[in-house]
Design a protein around this ligand. Structure first.
Ligand code: NAD
Length: 313
């Protein structure tokens, strides 16, 4: 049994990851300040009793080091982040504080207690800015221009990971996640699938920002979590895209969800949001070779499962 630590462990992806790690027999220490995560997401993990420990703590806190010293995790999954890309345009300081300084605190703590590896939740949707070629390969990260302070804060961590690997002996895998969707995603935090589904289930037309022909790469939560688990022993010192390689328009997501839910109306359209790329899809060739990963869930099935969760069935 390995002790692992998950930051952002009460969030959408972090809580699913904790559940999966516990199911695989690991001891899981979860750290989250509950700024966007929820205790309710920990219901399954708490069922594992002593194998699961939760700390309500900010990753920037000085108390993080004693916590690491007490639990001595072998692998650290770093998912805690200030996640609002749009919000970061008006509050770039908070996003840098949590996403850069918070990450440095996690890297320092991991190094000081001799952790073997950090698996980092990078952002494939923002890292590459407006890519010239699709699907975009990891090599495009060099010289890319993220469109938001959030994207910048997530990108700069990749350089820190390289330095900690080279000079401090901390291995890493950075997973550049596409648009992850699925059960537990909080509509209040802005994931397009959760927002659209919640509003249609309430009988209200969702608002599409822009003409809806902008594309995203949607990857289901279980597939994303599987990539984190694969990265425990594979993908050393690599940036790895985690997506489907497919471009899906926001209009298509609306139509598919409307069919599943039986929503008869049309969407509303609003002005495009600053910082939103026009088109994105991630090349996933490296994920196959570096961590033996490929996506498994079809969009329609993943959307149906998300709707079922939101309906409480
Ligand atoms: N969901 C996606 O589509 C997506 C795509 C690319 C990258 N990511 C990355 O994956 C990670 C998880 O995202 P998510 O979608 O689960 O979002 P989320 O908001 O559900 O999870 C983030 C968690 O971090 C916690 N947190 C925030 N600031 C903190 C702090 N200072 N100290 C401790 N905890 C803090 C929040 O309470 C929350 O539980 C993030 O790093 C995000 O940048 C997500």
């Amino acid at each position: 049994m390995t002790t692992v630590l998950v930051t952002g462990g009460a969030g959408f992806i972090g809580s699913h990851l904790a559940d999966r790690l516990l199911a695989e027999g690991h001891r899981v220490v979860s750290v989250d300040d509950l700024s966007s995560g929820r205790i309710a997401n920990l219901a399954e993990a708490r069922g594992y009793g002593k194998e699961f420990t939760f700390f309500n703590m900010d990753v920037r806190a000085e108390g993080l080091l004693p916590l690491f010293e007490r639990h001595r995790p072998e692998v650290v999954f770093h998912l805690a982040a200030h996640v609002g890309a749009g919000q970061s345009l008006t509050d770039p300081i908070t996003s840098a504080s949590v996403n850069v300084m918070g990450t440095l605190n996690v890297l320092e703590c991991a190094t000081r207690v001799g952790a073997r590896k950090i698996v980092y939740a990078a952002s494939g949707g923002s890292l590459y800015g407006e890519p010239r070629r699709l699907p975009v390969k990891e090599t495009a990260a060099q010289g890319s221009f993220p469109l938001t302070p959030y994207g910048i804060s997530k990108k700069v961590v990749l350089d820190y990971l390289g330095v900690y690997h080279r000079y401090r002996g901390l291995d890493y895998t950075a997973l550049a996640l596409a648009n992850v969707y699925g059960p537990r995603q909080d509509p209040a935090c802005g994931g397009v699938v959760a927002v659209f589904a919640a509003s249609m289930l309430a009988g209200e037309a969702p608002t599409i920002f822009g003409d809806g022909n902008q594309t995203r790469d949607f990857v289901f939560i279980d597939d994303a979590v599987h990539a984190f688990v694969r990265a425990i022993d594979q993908g050393s010192a690599k940036l790895v895209n985690i997506g489907t390689g497919l471009e899906t328009s926001v209009n298509h997501v609306f139509r598919t969800l409307a069919d599943i839910i039986g929503f008869p109306g049309e969407p509303l359209y609003g002005p495009p949001r600053p910082g939103d790329p026009r088109r994105i899809a991630l090349d996933i060739g490296r994920a196959a070779s570096a961590i033996a990963w490929k996506p498994w869930t079809h969009l329609e099935d993943g959307l149906a499962e998300t709707v079922a969760y939101l309906k409480g069935v």
